[in-house]
Design a protein around this ligand. Sequence first.
Ligand SMILES: Cc1cc2nc3c(=O)[nH]c(=O)nc-3n(C[C@H](O)[C@H](O)[C@H](O)COP(=O)(O)O)c2cc1C
Length: 181
Amino acid sequence: MTEKLYVVDKEIQRDKSEFVSSDVFREAMSRLSAPVALVTTDGPAGRYGLTVSAICSVSVEPPTVLVCLNRDNRSHAAFLRNGVIGISILEPGHEELAFRFASSKTDQNEKFLGADWVERLGGASVLANAAVTLVGRIAQTLSSGSHDILVAHIHDIGLHTENTKGLVWFDRAFHHLPAQT
Ligand SMILES: Cc1cc2nc3c(=O)[nH]c(=O)nc-3n(C[C@H](O)[C@H](O)[C@H](O)COP(=O)(O)O)c2cc1C
């Protein structure tokens, strides 16, 4: 059996800080398998989008999801101002798109080029060939550390039944999940 490494931040011993270091935390979180989605918004603040993995279901009644956004992202303010969020859950083959939307340098309009988008509720566009798309209105925002947690009520869903393979982010790389047999 391989030995488990317990990493206790030296700071804890030194000044009794309650936190582990951000490097250790990042390393731990890299082992958490996560979905990969593009989140987009459009409206008075303009069209913006980025890649996220911090996204999960919150409630069925009403249908609610949460997305964690770094407040330093260029797109952050636009989501709050536009109040709408389009979510495109990615599948194998979308890796290049995921990296493009994860760039903090690429121009926002350039991010959207070369892919097919469908405009839904409130103008938010979702990827035409995404496995699943959801569009919602941002109902609540909570701040925690560097991020805002956007709570969105879902008003529109696109389910592509033929797309059954999964794309996950694990150990800082993309992995494919096979279709159910
Ligand atoms: C696989 C992956 C997952 C990511 N997940 C998130 C996330 O959940 N929340 C977030 O704020 N940024 C996340 N990022 C980073 C953003 O995509 C990145 O900072 C992007 O440049 C932000 O775009 P913007 O500055 O144009 O808004 C992720 C990046 C990658 C590659």
